[in-house]
Design a binder for this molecule. Structure first.
Ligand code: PLP
Length: 399
C-alpha cells in the first residue's frame, strides 16, 4: 500500500529561517547574523526585560491555577492594550467603540482579523505595501483573499513613493482592505509623515477603503505615544478600521506569543456584535489564548512602578538602535566609503534597507560570514560595539 503522503512535495523554506540555519552551520567565529527580526542587546543576546522578570516572579510565586481564559483573553490585558494603542483618555474607549481580543502575537492577530474580514467582505481584495513583511501576502492569501500590492518604496530616493501610493489607493474599489504599517515599516524603515497619514486617511474615507494597521514595533521609533500617531489619526477620523499589535519586540517576549486584534466600530452596539463574531473565529481556531505572556504584560502595564521600568527599558532599546545607526554611518564614512549612507540614520525601527544588492549580500556572507536578507535588509539591532567594525569592513569590501 502507498502512503497517503507519498506524493507530498517539500514546501519552500522560509527565506529568513533558511538564513538562520546557514548561519548556525557557519563555523567562523567572527560571523554576524543581520538577517534576524529580533532585537539583541549590546552583548548580542535577546534581553529578558527587568519589568518582565519582576512580573513573572510575582506570578509564579502566587502559583495561579491554569483555568481557561475567556475566548477573547483576559479583560485586564485587553483594556491595557486599548489604552496603550489609543491613549488613556481616548473618546473611542469611553464610547465602547473598540473591540480587543488577545491574540497569538501580531501574526495571530493578523490571522484572526483576516479570517473575520474574509467572512465580512468576501469580495474584497487585500492590498499590501511593495515591499512588505514577507508573511503578509501568504497570511491573507491563506485566509482566502486575493492579495495585490500598492507602490510604497522608492529605492532611488531611499524613501516612500508617496505619490505612487496615493494614486494607487485612489484607484481601488470601495471595500478594499489596505494593510498599512503603523510605524517602523518592515523591511524598509521608511514611514509616512503626519501630513501623509492625513492624506491617506482622506483617501480611505473618500474611497470607502478598510484600513488594517499592523503595529509590531510600538515604541521602537520615537516613543510609545508618538509611534501610535497613525492609529490616533485614524481614530479621530471617525472611520472604522482594524489594528493588529504585538508585544514580541516591545516586551522582548517573542516566544510567549503576545499580541492583540483591535477593531474600531461605529458604536457600542456594533462592538458587541463584532466581538461575538471575533470570538467565533477564535473559538474555531484555538479556542482561547494562553495565560502567561498576557498576564505578565497586563501586570507590567497596570503597575505604575513596573510600567516605569518597562518604559525605561524600551527607551534603552530604542536609543541603542539609534546609536548603532549613527555609528554605522560614521564608521562607513571614516572608512572612506564614497557612497552616502546617511539615509540609514533617518530610517525607523529595527531594520534598514541598505540598498546592497543580492550579489553584495551573498559576498558578505561568503567572504565574511556577515549574513543579511538578499533584499539588502539588515537588522540594525543585531549590531553592537564589538561586531560593528567587522560589519563595516564587510560592507565596505563588497561595495
Ligand atoms: N507584522 C510585522 C510588520 C512584523 O514585522 C512582524 C514580526 O516580524 C509581525 C507582524 C509578527 O509579529 P509576531 O512575532 O508578534 O507574530
Amino acid at each position: 500500500t502507498t502512503s497517503i503522503f507519498s506524493a507530498v512535495e517539500m514546501a519552500p523554506r522560509d527565506p529568513i529561517l533558511g538564513l538562520n540555519e546557514a548561519f548556525g552551520a557557519d563555523t567562523r567565529t567572527t560571523k554576524v547574523n543581520l538577517g534576524v527580526g529580533v532585537y539583541f542587546d549590546e552583548s548580542g543576546k535577546i534581553p529578558l526585560l527587568d519589568a518582565v522578570k519582576r512580573a513573572e516572579k510575582t506570578r509564579i510565586e502566587s502559583l495561579p491555577a491554569r483555568g481557561y481564559q475567556p475566548i477573547e483573553g483576559a479583560p485586564a490585558y485587553n483594556q491595557a492594550v486599548q489604552k496603550l494603542l489609543f491613549g488613556n483618555d481616548s473618546p473611542l474607549l469611553a464610547e465602547g467603540r473598540v473591540v480587543t481580543a488577545q491574540a497569538l502575537g501580531g501574526t495571530g492577530a493578523l490571522k484572526v482579523g483576516a479570517d473575520y474580514l474574509r467572512r465580512l467582505l468576501p469580495d474584497a481584495k487585500v492590498y499590501i505595501s511593495d515591499p512588505s513583511w514577507e508573511n503578509h501576502r501568504a497570511l491573507f492569501e491563506t485566509a482566502g483573499f486575493t492579495v495585490e500590492t500598492y507602490p510604497y518604496y522608492d529605492a532611488a530616493a531611499r524613501g516612500v513613493n508617496f505619490d505612487g501610493m496615493a494614486a494607487c489607493l485612489k484607484s481601488l474599489p470601495a471595500g478594499s482592505i489596505v494593510v498599512l504599517h503603523a510605524c517602523c515599516h518592515n523591511p524598509t524603515g521608511a514611514d509616512l509623515t503626519e501630513a501623509q497619514w492625513r492624506e491617506i486617511i482622506e483617501i480611505t474615507k473618500a474611497r470607502g477603503l478598510v484600513g488594517f494597521l499592523d503595529m509590531a514595533y510600538q515604541g521602537f521609533a520615537d516613543g510609545i505615544a508618538e509611534d501610535a500617531l497613525a492609529l490616533n489619526l485614524f481614530a479621530a477620523s471617525g472611520l472604522q478600521f482594524v489594528v493588529s499589535s504585538s508585544f514580541s519586540k516591545s516586551f522582548s517576549l517573542y516566544g510567549e506569543r503576545v499580541g492583540a486584534l483591535s477593531i474600531v466600530t461605529a458604536s457600542k452596539d456594533e462592538s458587541a456584535r463584532v466581538m461575538s463574531q471575533i470570538k467565533r473565529t477564535i473559538r474555531t481556531n484555538y479556542s482561547n489564548p494562553p495565560t502567561h505572556g498576557g498576564s505578565v504584560v497586563a501586570a507590567v502595564l497596570s503597575s505604575p512602578e513596573l510600567r516605569n521600568v518597562w518604559e525605561t527599558e524600551l527607551a534603552g532599546m530604542r536609543d541603542r538602535i539609534r546609536t548603532m545607526r549613527q555609528s554605522f554611518v560614521q564608521k562607513l564614512q571614516a572608512k572612506g566609503v564614497a557612497q552616502d549612507f546617511s539615509f540609514i540614520i533617518k530610517q525607523r525601527g529595527m531594520f534598514s534597507y541598505t540598498g546592497l544588492s543580492a550579489d553584495q549580500v551573498a559576498r558578505m556572507q561568503n567572504e565574511f560570514g556577515v549574513y543579511a536578507v538578499s533584499t539588502g535588509r539588515i537588522c540594525v539591532a543585531a549590531m553592537n560595539t564589538r561586531n560593528i567594525d567587522y560589519v563595516v569592513d564587510a560592507v565596505a569590501a563588497v561595495l
